[in-house]
Design a protein around this ligand. Structure first.
Ligand code: HEM
Ligand SMILES: [Cu+2]
Length: 544
């Protein structure tokens, strides 16, 4: 397949994967494409590759922890593996997450546009993302070997360790740049490219969630960028930013790290919540309850999320006043989150519920994320956190919010929009089996972690006291069930890609714009830009 295929004049150009056959062929027509749908797919393939590697690392961690003492690896390897697991899952799966795949693919379509504002910058953001991921992996095999600091890169260890922190950290820096450019593109697209009649309060809630996320991507990400550069400068120049003997302070890094990384948890979860707000009305055949409250709660979360980072550092020696303020604000940020949960459940009330696989992921998202959120409040309580900080209670908590939350929302969005993206239907019974296995595996893997932490099992420990073994064994068995669920899902969706039944334009009976165009969408999404005259979820209005 050559680089320069020409199309004879007047012939109807052949469409493949949302693009007319053009200058480039084969892989080049993908990696040089500025088409938002193709860029969404590029992110999908790249992210799923890193997710698969990180998931296998997670299973290896669990295998090592099936018994006290050495099982399958040395302690140094263990430190490197949980660090890489965390770095890949956070920076190459949950942070790019739904915006990079479903935001790129569906944002322009949902507002009635042909593409994002800056298609070339959009392609650049994927290249930066890929380069960052490759650098993180290359750092494993170069001078000093795999980074072993934990995904939080705390000083002074991240400055002193021989492992290749600088290259890994620079990889994360490039991924941050990619996130900033994506946020910038989405904010401009939402402000400038909405179709006639698509007023702010007619936008789908997924678009509102991307709007709130975009502001965090643009305003918070530069802070982690500077922090990562300071780590690299410190390793090469020893200026003393984090060294008390030179007037610096290691806690400075923790503050700078969490001033980004806590708002970053909303970059992870807000788009997931947006996808849930798309799925629930469609599979309840009900207009969403409290549209404006849900839209505004996304902005509320994005703003309040800037003021709670101190709850990651309650045991770092900060003043009592600071701890009380951060604890209070942490409880406060739960309010806009609760508004969403109440409104989703109110939408279900008297709805005609269709428990198709996208809905099963959406409902389990609400259940798992609520466990994650409520255990977050336990950690936000000062007295409890002093006991639970850096234990497996924290590990259980963030897997419930990041995997049970963003992960399940991602898989729910994938099943919801798969027919539209690929023009194929998947086997619904196999999809339900995969969901059930994943859900059971999830609960068996992570729920015992709360008990482990409550009883004092520290995180990031390679070895442990015998009394912790029974819960560790249960958790490890859970990781095998979970991985089986992920494999069943992948097999089912790959089989659908290959030999699935052709999908209709609107297989689920959705009312937003993406369901009004063919599956898969044509290159420019719409023959002509639509004129919008109603809200996004206008199912038959019933009186309650
Ligand atoms: C696929 C199945 C997974 C398994 C079996 C798993 C297992 C684990 C375990 C046992 C730890 C604790 C290691 C320790 O503290 O010693 C851990 C840490 C972590 N996991 Fe997972 N996990 C999985 C998926 C995920 C997902 C989907 C995410 C994010 C979305 C994630 C993010 C993290 C992070 C950030 C850490 C902390 C690493 C550190 O301490 O630096 N994991 N995981
Ligand atoms: Cu936090």
């Amino acid at each position: 397949m050559g680089m320069t295929d020409t199309v004879p004049a007047g012939a109807h150009p052949e469409i493949s994967f949302y693009e007319e056959k053009g200058r480039y062929g084969g892989i080049f027509s993908w990696i040089f494409s500025t088409n938002h749908k193709r860029i969404g797919i590029l992110y999908f393939v790249t992210m799923m590759t890193f997710f698969a590697v990180a998931a296998v690392l997670g299973v290896l961690i669990r295998l090592e922890l099936i018994a006290p003492g050495k099982t399958i690896m040395e302690a140094q390897t263990y430190n490197a593996i949980y660090t890489l697991h965390g770095v890949l899952m956070i920076f190459l799966f949950v942070i790019p997450g739904l915006p990079a795949v479903f935001g790129n693919f569906f944002l322009p379509i949902q507002i009635g546009a042909k593409d994002v504002s800056f298609p070339a910058i959009n392609l650049l953001s994927w290249w930066l993302f890929l380069a960052g991921g490759i650098l993180a992996v290359v750092s494993l095999f170069t001078k000093g070997g795999p980074i072993d600091t934990g995904w939080t890169f705390y000083a002074p260890y991240s400055i002193r360790t021989e492992t290749n922190v600088s290259l890994a950290v620079f990889g994360v820096f490039l991924i941050g740049l990619s996130s900033i450019l994506t946020g910038l593109n989405f904010l401009t697209t939402i402000h400038r490219l909405r179709a006639p009649g698509m007023t702010w309060f007619r936008m789908p809630l997924f678009v509102w969630s991307l709007y709130a996320t975009g502001w965090i991507q643009v305003l918070a990400t530069p802070i982690i960028g500077i922090t990562l550069l300071l780590i690299i400068f410190e390793r090469f120049l020893g200026i003393g930013f984090f060294d008390p003997t030179k007037g610096g302070d290691p806690l400075l890094l923790q503050h700078m790290f969490w001033i980004y990384s806590h708002p970053a948890v909303y970059i992870m979860i807000l788009p997931g919540m947006g996808a849930i707000s798309e799925i629930i009305p469609v599979f309840s055949r009900r207009t969403i309850f409290g549209y404006k409250a849900i839209a505004m709660s996304s902005l509320g979360i994005a703003i309040l999320g800037y003021f709670v980072w101190g709850h990651h550092m309650f045991t770092s020696g900060m003043s009592v006043t600071a701890r009380v303020v951060f604890s209070f604000l942490t409880f406060f940020v739960a309010i806009p989150t609760a508004i969403k949960v109440f409104n989703w459940i109110s939408t279900l009330y008297k709805g005609s519920i269709d428990l198709a696989s996208p809905m099963l992921y959406a409902l389990s998202f609400i259940f798992l994320f609520s466990i994650g959120g409520l255990t977050g409040l336990v950690l936000g309580a000062l007295a409890a956190d002093v006991h639970l900080q850096d234990t497996y209670f924290v590990v259980g908590h963030f897997h419930y919010v990041m995997f049970g939350g963003t992960g399940f929302a991602f898989f729910g969005a994938l099943h919801h929009w798969f027919p539209k993206m690929f023009g194929k239907m998947f086997d619904e019974r196999a999809a339900k089996l995969a969901w059930g296995t994943l859900f059971v595996g999830f609960m068996v893997l992570y729920f015992p972690m709360f008990a482990l932490g409550w009883h004092g099992m520290p995180r990031r420990y390679y070895d442990y006291l015998p009394q912790f073994q029974s819960d560790h064994v249960i958790s490890t068995v859970g990781s095998w069930i979970l991985i089986l669920g992920l494999a069943l899902m992948a097999i089912n969706l790959l089989a659908a890609l290959w030999k699935g039944k052709k999908a209709e334009a609107n297989p689920w009976g959705g009312t937003t714009l993406e369901w009004q165009i063919p599956s898969p969408p044509p290159p420019e999404n719409f023959e002509e830009i639509p004129r919008v005259d109603r809200g996004p979820y206008e199912f038959a209005r019933e009186t309650v």
